[in-house]
Ligand binder design. Structure first.
Ligand code: ZN
Length: 179
C-alpha cells in the first residue's frame, strides 16, 4: 500500500446538533460548508473499504512511524547550520559548505602558538602562517569546532561530521550531500 497525494479538498469532522440534539459528526470543507448526504456517504464507503483492507493496521503504524521520523529529521535540520533543499522525491539535499571561518593569528603573542590541522595533521604555527580556519560541526548549533590549515581541509571535517550524523541517526535514505 502507498499513499497517493492527489489534490483533494481537505475535510474536517464537525459535531452537529439538530433541535439541540447532538446527532454526531458530519464532514465540512475549508469554507465551513457541510457536505451533502450523497457525497458524504460516498466518502464513508471509501473510508470503510480502506480501513477494512488487509494489512491496514500495519500500514498505518509504518506510515505514522515514518512520518514522525521525517518530522524529527526536519526539526534536526532546522536546528542545525545545514542548508538544504528538497528534491522531487522529497529527499533532503544538503548544500556543501566550502568556506569556513577564517581566523587571523594574533601577532602580539610572546610565544608562538601552533596546532595540528584536524584533517591533514600538518602543524600550523603563528610563526609561519597568517590564518587558520575554525570549522563548526554543521549538524548542531552547540559550539563544536575543529581547527584546520585550509578551507579544503575544513571541508573534509565538515563532511565527516555530516556523514557521522547521517549514519548515527539512520538518515542515509533521506539525506544526501549535493554533487
Ligand atoms: Zn590541513
Amino acid at each position: 500500500m502507498s499513499i497517493h497525494r492527489v489534490p483533494r479538498k481537505a475535510f474536517q469532522l464537525q459535531e452537529v446538533s439538530i433541535n439541540d440534539e447532538n446527532i454526531g459528526l458530519v464532514f465540512s470543507d475549508q469554507f465551513n460548508n457541510i457536505l451533502d448526504k450523497k457525497t458524504a456517504i460516498k466518502y464513508v464507503e471509501m473510508l470503510t473499504v480502506a480501513y477494512n483492507s488487509k494489512g491496514i493496521d500495519e500500514f498505518i503504524k509504518n506510515h505514522n512511524e515514518e512520518s514522525q521520523f521525517l518530522q524529527e529529521l526536519e526539526y534536526n535540520l532546522n536546528t542545525s547550520y545545514l542548508k538544504y533543499s528538497r528534491n522531487g522525491e522529497g529527499k533532503y539535499i544538503i548544500k556543501k559548505q566550502t568556506e569556513f571561518n577564517e581566523k587571523t593569528f594574533r601577532n602580539d603573542l610572546e610565544k608562538p602558538w601552533a596546532f595540528k590541522c584536524a584533517t591533514c595533521n600538518k602543524k600550523v604555527s603563528s610563526e609561519t602562517a597568517l590564518h587558520y580556519y575554525s570549522v563548526q560541526n554543521p549538524t548542531t548549533t552547540y559550539s563544536d569546532t575543529e581547527r584546520t590549515c585550509s578551507n579544503s581541509c575544513g571541508f573534509i571535517v565538515w563532511k565527516e561530521k555530516l556523514l557521522n550524523w547521517i549514519n548515527e541517526n539512520g538518515y542515509g535514505e533521506f539525506v544526501f550531500i549535493e554533487d
